[in-house]
Design a binder for this molecule. Structure first.
Ligand code: ADP
Length: 302
């Protein structure tokens, strides 16, 4: 199984022909309210992948909280370590344009109620049944760091998707088995401008030289690059028609974590993650655009 520690948000998304300029009001074409948050999206991906996923996080007690809890459960995610805290659930306010480009404001709200005690209880309960911790940077860094330390001590494989990127304490890297930044995140974390496979390899070496076992840098339509101390491997993306890039990285991370937890070889886990990312960009929205394992298998065979 895979244990996901992270954010859970109600995604309120507008669709419009283009993104508004500052101060501008636009008439849009559509609106959706769905489960989101990088933690929950990755949990949904891991659940759909068949990875026996368990979410560790907080929702509120508002009208959105049932949408969030049901969304996780319906994707096969265990919710026994989901905590309901009085007040509003976390929200993300997303705009998507006709080209699939987006911008996002996240307000954590209930997510701020997550504690070290909740993480400790979840790891104590779930570590015997789980192989992988998957976590991100949408909850306070002190908590992410705590989860990584405890999971590492419990012998789990630690997968850190460093999104949204921020400068991190360097002593975390020896505890990270796989770090999965996109180009922007890799550049922010390493200070190396990442624009292609060659610069991604350079950024990958930055992580491994600081103690991370491996860095898997995602390059959108250019695929991904896996860097370890001993090797570099390039993985091509699958060719698709991109409609909305929201949650591609989350689908990728969730499928990667779940596949590793399910015992897939690392290269096969990465191929599944790439197929999941490709299918996600062909569909609108965050968690609802994440494909199930049959669609991913069909994509890999096509
Ligand atoms: P993020 O969503 O975090 O910015 P990426 O854009 O790098 O991450 O996407 C993650 C993965 O999803 C990529 O490694 C790739 O496999 C897949 N992917 C993303 N965009 C595309 C695309 N336009 N065509 C095909 N695959 C894509």
């Amino acid at each position: 199984g895979v244990l996901i520690v992270g954010s859970i948000n109600a995604d309120l998304t507008t669709f419009s022909s283009r993104l508004p300029a500052p101060g501008e009001t636009l008439l849009g074409d559509d609106f959706t309210l769905v489960l989101g948050g990088k933690g929950a999206n990755q949990a949904v991906a891991a659940g759909l992948a068949g990875g026996n996923a368990h979410m560790v996080g907080c929702v509120g007690t508002d009208a959105f909280s049932t949408v969030l809890t049901d969304g996780l459960r319906d994707s096969g995610v265990g919710v026994t370590h989901l905590r309901s805290v009085p007040g509003p659930s976390g929200i993300a306010h997303i705009r998507v344009d006709a080209a699939g480009e987006n911008n996002i404001v996240v307000v954590p709200l209930a997510n701020d109620a997550l504690t070290e005690e909740q993480i400790d209880a979840a790891i104590a309960d779930l570590a015997p049944h789980c192989r992988v911790l998957l976590t991100q940077l949408e909850i306070p860094w002190a908590l992410t760091q705590h989860a990584i330390r405890r999971a590492h001590d419990a012998g789990l494989t630690v997968v850190l998707d460093p999104a949204p990127a921020l400068a991190l304490d360097e002593n975390i890297w020896p505890l990270v088995d796989i770090v999965t930044p996109n180009e922007t995140e890799a550049a922010i974390l390493t200070g190396i401008p990442v624009t292609d496979a060659a610069s991604a390899v350079e950024a990958g070496r930055w992580f491994t030289s600081r103690g991370a076992s491996s860095a898997l840098i995602t390059l959108a339509a250019a695929g991904a690059v896996m860097v370890t101390a001993e090797s570099v491997e390039h993985f091509d993306a699958l060719r698709v028609n991109a409609l909305d890039t929201t949650a591609a990285g989350d689908a990728f991370a969730g499928y990667l974590g779940a596949s590793l937890a399910d015992g897939y070889e690392r290269t096969d886990a990465i191929r599944r993650a790439i197929a999941a990312g490709a299918l996600t960009v062909t569909r609108r929205g965050a968690s609802p655009s994440i494909p199930n394992s049959d669609d991913v298998a069909a994509m890999l065979e096509s």
